[in-house]
Design a protein around this ligand. Structure first.
Ligand code: ZN
Length: 437
């Protein structure tokens, strides 16, 4: 009975919010559409209530609008790192890049704060979406996503996996006393060896706030069978989630592909034959192709880099769906986490991949693997307003993406003139809702 009374009040409220919404008008000297591989000059982009409302050369700027002048710059959609670990940062000193030591020495709260910092550093380099694929500091990835979504701090949109699910031991080789007496594997990894445990592990991650499932297909010789992989895919699908597999052997890749994974992380097991199968099945490749410029600290070697480049080129030639992915989880002195991630374009350049396709991997393919392409990513009317601006056209020279001058996230300016201006993102409470889980 209260409906007829409330409706006019609700309509009045909606009208008054709409009529007072602040409009932001961005003057873009050039606007790049990576999907089409084209760019248009002198575009006006209107943003209202955090979304794009009009885009074009002849869009009128409403009176009272906040005008942002990017007429000397090139505007493009934000970047995606399809495989990062924001809550893990191992180092040469003191742990010689052995992250088992990092896990022992660094508390969960410290790793959570590192994740917040790394997220901000990624956003400053233009990464508006990060898939955070485990080694998550006991669900610090969830806390980070919630903190960003609720409105406490700035950061990329986080598509997080929760704990990595593996067969006994995960990626560790712990001693018996550490594994059995101290149960040291958890929470860095979630052991799941039987079908019941696999189902339960997926549900645990879903319960605690994962958005995608990450499994270790072949981290151990026992690994997961094709049927195991299918079980993970089926259980995750019931909850509306996709499954990424860590794969490091050809045999593991074969099982991952046959089992129907959404995405495969790392390139070690991805031969020409596996690439052909992935292309056939439309399985995303998150190859995490470390550039030789990051070889210090043993993140790659010259010989390993040559194999990485050859593998990426082979995947491109086979038309495998490619994402830009880094596996960044370490400290490179002098670089932010964002600068480490952007350095990975060097591998793509070395593989001879055209700038437009590098940019597609970094944008539209990233939105697709993150499943945001209908809500966030492309600069289109109705989409959530994320964008970046650089000097120079990355379609002509991909290195332009190295120096992101401007970042807008959710319609709010995060970086302008090359300087972070994050003040508008900080709040003393969950302004977007305490119940965002
Ligand atoms: Zn990884």
């Amino acid at each position: 009975m209260s409906f007829p009374i409330r409706l006019p009040a609700l309509l009045f409220f909606a009208w008054s919010v709409a009529s007072h919404a602040q409009v932001t008008a961005i003057k873009a000297g050039r606007l790049v559409d990576p999907e089409a591989g084209t760019s248009a000059t002198n575009q006006v982009i209107l943003v209202e209530n955090g979304k794009f409302t009009a885009i074009g050369a002849n869009v009128a700027i409403p009176s009272g609008a906040t005008v942002i002048d990017l007429s000397q710059q090139v505007v493009l959609p934000g970047f995606v790192d399809a495989h990062n670990h924001l809550a893990l940062t191992y180092k040469v000193i003191p742990e010689n890049n052995v992250y088992y030591m990092t896990y022992v020495m660094e508390s969960t709260p410290l790793r959570a704060i590192q994740a917040a910092s790394n997220g901000i550093q990624m956003l400053a380099s233009g990464f508006t979406i990060v898939r955070d694929m485990g080694n998550n500091g006991n669900y610090a990835d969830v806390a980070l996503r919630q903190a960003i979504e609720q409105g406490w701090i700035p950061g990329p949109t986080i598509v997080n996996s929760g704990l990595i699910i593996g067969g006994m031991g995960g990626q560790f080789w712990p001693t018996p006393e550490m594994a059995i007496d101290k149960k040291i594997v958890y929470p860095e990894y979630l052991d799941a060896d039987t079908p019941d445990e696999m189902v339960k592990a997926v549900r645990q991650n879903a319960l605690f706030g994962a958005r995608v499932i990450k499994i270790c297909v072949d981290c151990k010789p026992w690994g997961y069978s094709v049927d195991d992989v299918k079980l993970f895919v089926r259980e995750a699908a019931r909850i509306g989630m996709k499954v990424e597999g860590h794969v490091q052997t050809v045999d593991g890749a074969r099982r991952a592909i046959e089992g129907g994974l959404w995405s495969i992380a790392h390139d070690n097991g991805l031969t020409d034959e596996m690439h052909k199968l992935m292309a056939q099945k439309g399985i995303w490749r998150a190859g995490t192709e470390t550039p030789v410029s990051l070889s210090e600290g043993n993140h790659t070697t010259a010989a390993r880099f040559q194999r990485t480049v050859a593998g990426l080129k082979n995947a491109y030639d086979n038309k495998v769906p490619l994402t830009f992915s880094t596996d960044a989880d370490y400290y490179v002195p002098g670089k932010t986490r964002g600068e480490v991630a952007i350095e990975f374009i060097e591998t793509w350049k070395a593989a001879g991949i055209p700038a437009v396709d590098i940019l597609r991997a970094m944008t539209i393919n990233g939105y697709k693997v993150s499943e945001t392409e209908k809500t966030r990513g492309p600069i289109k009317v109705g989409m959530i307003a994320d964008l970046v601006a650089v000097n120079g056209n990355p379609l002509e020279r991909i290195d332009a993406v190295r120096d992101v001058r401007f970042v807008m996230k959710d319609g709010v300016v995060f970086k302008q003139g090359g300087v972070m201006t994050p003040g508008a993102f900080f709040h003393g409470g969950p302004v977007n809702g305490w119940n965002i889980r």
